[in-house]
Design a protein around this ligand. Structure first.
Ligand SMILES: Nc1ncnc2c1ncn2[C@@H]1O[C@H](COP(=O)(O)OP(=O)(O)OP(=O)(O)O)[C@@H](O)[C@H]1O
Length: 217
């Protein structure tokens, strides 16, 4: 059974129809990229997918929702808040315990955030903030990642390695991207959104220049 299913669905933001007649099925082990021009509805679709299986999905939203005065460590730790008692969380947020500190330190290092673990998010660059938000999602240790432009502020080399790091940890993923090369390199399947519709849904290896011209015209 697919993890996510839409059957001629209409997706709205308030009263505005954003996407119409969207039909698709995504299996739990698929890596799916969503491409399309700004404002077309990628976030709207991702949020709809997340709502279908919130228990299985680690969501990395475009509006990162990081807590500015708190450190990288504390923001990533928030990914495991619901696995512990309030008391444990409080103690650990005040005085990081060795076990989570080690685990989060390793995760942060794998995302290239070495040396920033105890830096407040307010003092990070855009790319470091994105990696912190992705770290918080990875720290949830869920089977599926749903991420909204998670590496758009990184340079191309770093974007690819951080995205691959995130994909390796998950059984499946659905990720909105603006970088077509990343979609081709890291994903099995690509959904193209254009003009309020799902324009194409095809294997990444078959994505053609004609598809892209139609998508971004
Ligand atoms: N909270 C909201 N209230 C009303 N309309 C919204 C809201 N969020 C988004 N929209 C509208 O819904 C449409 C789709 O937005 P969405 O954020 O899904 O696009 P997107 O493809 O993710 O864009 P981008 O690539 O710029 O992030 C846009 O026209 C946008 O103006």
């Amino acid at each position: 059974m697919p993890l996510f299913t839409l059957n001629r669905a209409t997706l709205r933001q308030g009263n505005e129809v954003v996407l119409q007649s969207v039909s698709l099925a995504i299996q739990a082990d698929e890596r799916v990229a969503i491409l399309g021009p700004s404002g077309v509805g990628k976030t709207t679709l991702l949020n709809h997918l997340y709502q279908q299986a919130p228990q299985q999905v680690a969501l990395c939203p475009q509006a990162q929702g990081l807590v500015e005065p708190l450190s990288v460590y504390h923001n990533i730790y928030m990914g495991e808040l619901n696995r512990h008692s309030s008391l444990y969380n409080l103690i650990n947020l005040l005085l990081p315990l060795p076990k989570p500190r080690r685990a989060i330190g390793e995760l942060a290092a794998s995302l290239g955030l070495d040396g920033k673990l105890m830096t407040p998010v307010a003092q990070l660059s855009g790319g470091q903030r994105q990696r912190t938000a992705l770290g918080r999602a990875l720290h949830q240790a869920k089977p599926t990642l749903v991420a909204d432009e998670p590496v758009s502020a990184l340079d191309p080399i770093q974007a690819k390695s951080v995205l691959q790091r995130a994909l390796e940890q998950h059984q499946g993923a659905v990720v909105a991207l603006h970088d077509v090369a990343l979609a081709r390199a890291c994903f099995d399947r690509v959904l193209g959104l254009s003009g309020g519709r799902l324009l194409f849904d095809k294997p990444a290896e078959t994505l053609s220049e004609a598809d892209l011209a139609q998508l971004y015209r």
